[in-house]
Design a protein around this ligand. Structure first.
Ligand code: ADP
Ligand code: MG
Length: 476
């Protein structure tokens, strides 16, 4: 039998009643009307925005346990707020969304602006003027400016970020695009800007979202026929932080919708912060009009930190965790791991784990023995011979075939894959790759690289080959 909203709410009420004072119960809970139960979503009508805020501030835990007890742990609560006779506003409770995916799209109705429906009737759930209920910023408090070590490698990006945080939307750094290779602090800095803005301007809606998540939300909105809600939601943000925009490459529809949102926000003087793993000119598969927008503000790069900065970063992490480590070990780590900060942190963590698991003192010797393994695993350059062997093993064919003149399809394919990976993973020129793989010329290698790229995009099975082989090559 279908349960009604009334029946569910009645049980919730009796639970609530058992857990709070009669006065509080009467004041805050009795006026609530259950209005709808749809699947796992219960809609409660509250008499005012004030009551709604009070409930969320003081009774969200209680409501959560009452409702999950009745409806299960995936239950959702939506508020309908009565403003006057004819208009109400939908708000979503914070209670039910685990913070990991407490994202905007789970609750796109949170704060839609006034909207005219197709038939010209105002959406009854929306009050013009009343905007934000509450949007979780998705900011990681550990990624603050305080924890971000400044060095020559990041000075421009950091100070531009800091300037933006003092005056979001009010500098010429809009958008601010932070770019640089993996593990150099883009995501950290982007969060730091968001945190600083939230501190200074608590009323501003700040949202951090990765481009990948944005893409997924967009796809979902198409499927659920809620694209308008999706766009409106993003258009309400005051400070939009979009991480890893390079992943928009080749996704035209997502680029279109982001373009629309970007323009809207920019026109309203809202701040946009982007990160990318390469400079705008090097972004591939990106529409020209979007690229040109990316270049409107300031692009600032993050580079590999120098030795002193690496040491300062290590010291800061150790300090934050309350761990002491001899200076010579810190120096040794910083000296040995040069590529990026994520690897540096990884080495530090391994070293700490080694010492505590084996009850060994942290010494340079211990660091050395660990780093030998660590560095070998991360920064070894693969040889063309090795690539040939891995590819042939994968297709179970002898290496000689690859070097022969045969034009059999499978062999041509294996040869092309070898050339492709040789280009990607070694520093050899096209000509040198060709000469080592079946004595081909540079044009053949170039053609092979293009073919592999194209096939990877269009042919699912081929893509699996590429992914599998890449794993074998990089994890070996
Ligand atoms: P990216 O987004 O560029 O790949 P992240 O921002 O995720 O890199 O940084 C990787 C790790 O390195 C994070 O744990 C971050 O806190 C740390 N990190 C990077 N740069 C700095 C810095 N300048 N000061 C302190 N920590 C840093
Ligand atoms: Mg990142």
């Amino acid at each position: 039998m279908e349960r009604t909203a009334e029946a569910v709410w009645r049980n919730c009420l009796s639970y609530v009643q058992d857990n709070i004072s009669p006065q509080a119960y009467k004041t805050w809970f009795l006026p609530i009307r259950p209005v709808k139960l749809q699947g796992k979503v219960i809609t409660l009508q509250v008499p005012s925005k004030f009551v709604y805020e009070w409930l969320e501030a003081h009774y969200v835990k209680l409501l959560k346990s009452a409702i999950t007890k009745e409806m299960g742990s995936d239950a959702r609560l939506v508020y309908s707020i009565v403003m006057d006779q004819e208009s109400a506003h939908l708000g979503t409770s914070n209670m039910d969304i685990p913070s990991a995916n407490r994202g905007p799209i789970e609750n796109p109705q949170v704060s839609l602006p006034a909207r005219i429906g197709d038939d010209g009737i105002r959406n009854p759930f929306v009050i013009p003027g009343l905007k934000k209920v509450h949007i979780e910023s998705q900011l990681n408090p550990n990624y603050s400016f305080e924890n971000f070590i400044e060095g020559d490698c990041n000075r421009l990006a950091r100070s531009a970020g800091y300037a933006v945080a003092q005056k979001p939307g009010g500098t010429s750094f809009n958008p601010l695009l932070l770019y640089g290779s993996n593990g150099l602090g883009k995501t950290h800095l982007a969060h730091a800007i968001g945190i600083e803005i939230k501190d200074r301007f608590p009323e501003k809606t700040v949202l951090y979202v990765s481009a990948e998540r944005f893409t997924q939300q967009f796809i979902d909105s198409i499927r659920n026929n809620t694209k308008n809600d999706f766009v409106h939601f993003y258009q309400l943000i005051d400070v939009l932080i979009m991480d890893d925009v390079h992943s928009f490459g080749g996704k035209e529809k997502t680029q279109d919708v982001f373009f629309e949102i970007f323009n809207h926000l920019h026109q309203q003087g809202k701040q946009i912060i982007l990160t990318s793993d390469r400079a705008p000119v090097d972004l591939q598969g990106m529409e020209q009009r979007l690229l040109s927008r990316f270049k409107w503000g300031l692009s600032a790069d993050l580079q590999r930190p120098d030795l002193e900065t690496r040491m300062a970063i290590l010291r800061q992490k150790l300090y934050a965790d309350g761990i002491e480590m001899p200076d010579d070990v810190i120096e040794y780590l910083a000296y040995s791991i040069t590529n990026n900060v994520r690897e540096l942190e990884g080495a530090l963590i391994s070293l700490l784990a080694q010492s505590s698991l084996n009850r060994k003192k942290i010494t340079v010797e211990l660091a050395k023995s660990m780093i030998d393994k660590f560095v070998k695993n991360t920064t070894r350059e693969v040889s063309i011979d090795f690539i040939q062997k891995v590819v042939c093993d994968y297709f179970d064919m002898p290496v000689e075939l690859l070097r022969s003149k045969t034009r059999k399809r499978e062999i041509v394919q294996a040869r092309q894959l070898t050339m492709y990976f040789a280009k990607q993973l070694t520093k050899n020129s096209l000509a040198s790759i060709g000469s080592q793989i079946g004595n081909k010329d540079h044009a053949t290698v170039l053609h092979a690289c293009r073919t592999v790229s194209n096939l990877t995009e269009t042919d699912k099975r081929f893509r699996t080959y590429v992914d599998d082989i890449r794993k074998k090559l990089t994890l070996a």
